[in-house]
Structures are given as C-alpha cells and as structure tokens.
Design a protein around this ligand. Structure first.
Ligand SMILES: Cc1ncc(COP(=O)(O)O)c(C=O)c1O
Length: 442
C-alpha cells in the first residue's frame, strides 16, 4: 500500500482502547444510539479522523452533516476559544456576539427571511416552526410527509413521517395530515418524474380533502428526506407544493436543518427551486459542531409571537453566536459552497461508475455533497439490503472510511463528507468504498 495514504488502520476494530471505552460507556450511558462501526474518535482535522488507538480514517459523515467546514476548522477553534474566555453564558439579553451573529445570518438568507431567533438543537427549531405556524394562523393542522424527520421532540416527531420516533409512545400530537413524498427509485406509479409529481400532488389534494377539519396552518417539509434515505424529490415538486400552500393561504415551512450551509451545493437547498418559504428551521452546519440552531422567517410571520413566547436556556449564548459568525465568514472567504458543488459532481460521477460494477448498489442519488447509496440484494427486485449495509459500514471502517446509514429500510449509506475534503482524500475514500463494496460480492 502506498505510504502517502491518509488512512491507516493497524488494529482489528474495535482497537483495544476503543473496546475498553465502549464497554465502560455501555455500563453508564443508556445504549440508545444507532448502528455504527466500533470506533472511538479521539481527534479530527478537516476530513481526517483519528481514533483512540491511533487508527486514521477519512470521514464521510461530518458528524451527522454538521462539520461542513471540516473538523476543528482553525478559524472556528480560535474564535470559540476566545469567546469562551470572555463570556460563556447569559440569558435572553443581547450581547454583541448575538447581534453580530443575527446580522450575519440574516445577511446570508434570501431577502424575504428578514428575522431570526437562536435556539440550540434542530428539533427545537422545527418544533418552534410548528408552534409559529399554529400561532400565526390560529389553526392547528400541519401537512407532513411519509418518511420525513424533523427531530424527536413531541410535535416534531408527530409531524415527521417515520415510525421509529413514535413507536411505543402512544398517540402523537393531533392535527397532522400526512401525505407521500416523491421517492423516484421506488415510485408507485409510471411516468417518471412528472408522473410521480402528479401522483404526489393528487394524493396531497385528496388526503387533505378527506382528512382536514378545515383548520390548516401550514406545510412542513424537508428539501430532501434525510433520515428516510437521502431521497431527493424531482425538481418541480417543491415549487408545486409551495404554490399549493400559497393557493390555500397557509404557511410553507422548510426544514433546512441538514440541507443548508452549502450541503447541496447551494448555501440553502431552497435556492435550487427559488422557493420562498415563510419560515425555515436551521441546525447542524450553522455551528459546525458548536451546538446551535435557529428559526428564520418573514418578520410578519415570526412577529406573531409576543414577548416571552420563545426563549431557550442556551439559545443565543455568546460562544454559539461567535461560532455562527465565524462559520459564515469561513463559508464566504473559502468559497465553500462552490467547492462543495464541484467536488460533489466529481464524487457522484465516480460513485455512478462504482454502481455499474456492484451487484448491490441499486441507486446513487443526491446533489452537492449529500448523496445516498441505496443497497439492495437484487437490482431487479430492489429488495432492501439492511444487513449488507451494516456489513459495508464495518468493512469501510476496517479499510479506513467512516460512513453511516439511513433509510426507511436501513439500507442507505450516507455520503456526506466535510465540504472541504481535498481531492486526494476524496480519491482515496472512493477507492476504499469501491473495494469494500466489491468485497461483499466475494
Ligand atoms: C431534517 C432534520 N430536521 C431536524 C433534525 C433534528 O435535529 P437535532 O438532532 O439537532 O434535534 C434533524 C436531525 O437529524 C434533521 O435531519
């Protein structure tokens, strides 16, 4: 193996120190996390991760689509260190850091979204969007989508269309009208993209007609379904949906928690179809790892909230706000969005080539630096290959590549490296993916 490789895995996984920590972890922390390769991260820089046993990997997870600028970006580290030494916490009152962050965020948003508010997690932001839609309209029904994920808090999980966050918890919040989201690879109708858009719009119309109590507040939608398996709607669908909401005089909310900050090759995924949502939820990349989130909205929409109606203990704290400003500065100065678009095209081309060689890689989809690899046991029947997906995650880690999985059927590999990944790292990681995937055929 060439010595200039970035990756280097010299122990079986888990390595001895990782194994010990994983065992200690399970003794004291509830074991509720999803499936992952047995790797205990120690440090990371850019797209490179080192574990506690000294093994080195390339990261295709970005945490979970968080570290768009790369891990421990030096500018962000410097700013966060300085901010923490000055003032870590205060509550509700403005700080200069908070004012600067809000100004920077609003300046980077489409002009019509002229107000924002800082919170801490993505779920908190989507939950706030749902509250605002109800508060603004005085209505209580929200249209949500099969397979969508907006977080694990009560209203967010209720509007979401995945069973996992709901199963075993009794009735969800009332007032959710759930309709299909276009999943082209598994389309229930013919007619390609257009046929599928027509089908979804017809189902929307009919479901609302038959289920609504006449109290529609709005629509809450992801620009692509993240947790359901990186399912991208055909271009035209979201615009049609937005128009549908406009025609009924209800609010249109976009969950940009994972799709923003350059991930799709645009700063905001809404730019691809020139969408004009009334409000959006922002999370993940906004702090590049420093926990923070936000809601952004038209001023007259968020203005429905009175004094004291929205706040959060850690939302808008000075350290997070310093991170918000620093992230945006780096996005601009390093031309991150453009980089993501170019590198994304290169990676997708290579993945499509790998698909031709693989018996199990049924679908390669996505845009910018967010792609899904859907694994099937047979390309004709498209039977989901969840076990194989787990094997691939472990095989990749053994070969030096960290990936995770998503999907309604648990059979989609996430391709979501930091947007700053170098060409050499992209090249090496693609070679690892190809080798790992083809080795499953042996
Ligand atoms: C689209 C979307 N919305 C909301 C959330 C919830 O974010 P958080 O985990 O920060 O609460 C996620 C998390 O994965 C997400 O992908």
């Amino acid at each position: 193996m060439a010595t200039n490789r970035l990756t280097h895995v010299s122990t079986p996984l888990p390595g001895p120190k990782s194994a010990e920590l994983i065992e200690r972890w399970h003794r004291v922390e509830a074991d509720t996390t999803g499936f992952q390769a047995p790797v205990v991260w120690d440090s990371a820089e850019g797209a490179a991760v080192t574990d506690v046993d000294g093994n080195r990997y390339i990261d295709w997870t970005s945490g979970v689509l968080v570290t768009n600028l790369g891990h421990c970006h030096p500018k962000l580290v410097e700013v966060v260190r300085a901010a923490a030494g000055r003032l870590i916490n205060n509550y509700e009152c403005p700080t200069e850091s908070r004012v600067l962050a809000a100004e920077a965020l609003v300046a980077h948003l489409p002009r019509h979204l002229d107000k924002c508010f800082f919170l801490t997690t993505g779920s908190e932001a989507t939950e706030a969007c749902i509250r605002i839609m109800k508060r603004k309209t005085g209505c209580f029904e929200v249209v949500g989508f099969h397979g969508s994920f907006h977080g694990r808090t009560f209203a967010a999980a209720s509007v979401g269309g995945l069973a996992g966050p709901k199963r075993g918890y009794g009735p969800s919040a009332p007032g959710v009208i759930r309709v299909p989201y276009p999943y082209l690879y598994r389309s229930p109708v013919g007619g390609g993209e257009e046929g599928l858009i027509d089908y979804c719009m017809t189902m929307l119309e009919e479901t609302v007609r038959s289920c609504s109590a006449g109290s529609l507040a709005g629509v809450m939608v992801e620009p692509y379904l993240g947790s359901a398996g990186f399912i991208f709607p055909p271009i035209g669908y979201l615009k049609a949906l937005e128009q549908w909401a406009r025609d009924r005089g209800i609010l249109f909310a976009l969950d940009e928690v994972q799709s923003s900050y350059g991930r799709t090759g645009r700063m905001w995924a809404m730019e691809w179809e020139d969408l004009k949502p009334d409000l959006i939820a922002i999370g993940k990349g906004i702090g590049n790892g420093i926990p923070t989130s936000a809601v952004a909205a038209r001023g007259e929409v968020i203005g429905c909230l009175g004094k004291g109606e929205m706040s959060s203990t850690a939302g808008g704290n000075p350290v997070s706000c310093a991170a918000v400003s620093a992230v945006l500065e780096v996005m601009d100065s390093e031309n991150i969005v453009e980089k993501a678009r170019r590198m994304g095209e290169l990676i997708k081309d290579r993945l499509l080539g790998i698909q031709e060689k693989s018996r199990f890689l049924g679908d390669v989809r996505g845009m910018g630096m967010v792609m899904g690899l859907e694994l099937v046991t047979d390309k004709k029947t498209k039977a989901p290959a969840a076990d194989l997906t787990k094997q691939l995650i472990c095989r990749c880690a053994e070969n030096g590549l960290l990936v995770g999985s998503v999907g309604i059927f648990g059979n989609v590999i996430r391709v979501a490296p930091p947007l700053t990944i170098s060409e050499a790292a992209a090249d090496e990681s693609l070679e690892i993916m190809e080798r790992s995937l083809l080795s499953l055929q042996d």
